[in-house]
Design a protein around this ligand. Sequence first.
Ligand SMILES: [Zn+2]
Length: 226
Amino acid sequence: MTTELQELFESNREWAADVEAREPGFFSRLLKQQTPQYLWIGCADSRVPANELVNLLPGELFVHRNIANVVVPSDLNALSVIQYAVDALRVRHIIVVGHSNCGGVKAALNNLRVGLADNWLRHIQDVRDMHLAFLDSLPAEHRIGALVELNVLEQARNVCRTTIVEDAWQRGQDVVIHGWVYGLHNGLLEDLRMTVSSAEAIPEAYQRALAALQQRYAALPTPAAP
Ligand SMILES: [Zn+2]
């Protein structure tokens, strides 16, 4: 077994040379400023690489990732990222991105024990329990997808309710919160239309996105009985 991870240093040198060849002076320009327009809050899952799937270069996307894209109002890590993004970088958009077949959401849904993360996933179980009647009304095959999307709506609403975003809106700063989901099976992003640009708009945006989600899942064909 290699202990030096030489393969990663080699691919890093190739990548840096490729970028510099395509855009001479890229890294020296990047040194001078960081002005991303977007903060991405996504899952730590290795299949959901934030920059790559929206084709953005270094310097264009500020990123925070954790298991199952959770935003808890007592998480100093997430709050610090949001605060820096909003107050210092003045990003225009904060996007919470869930993804299909999320292992964290699946564990939370089915009470699977995975370890320390079980405690983190309690937050998603709270989301599950808030929407239990709706989830129970769905065929088992559709529940993970539905909970992934419900979790995006709840976490996007949590972002809206942070003191950082509340204060930004209060002073008239433009920042828009979004909720998206990424399909592992096709590489495509979908907008769940939880798009909020003021404190007053939170309830309506949430209710509209929730109603659309519920209608979409209710209309899915029930899998044939075996
Ligand atoms: Zn995930």
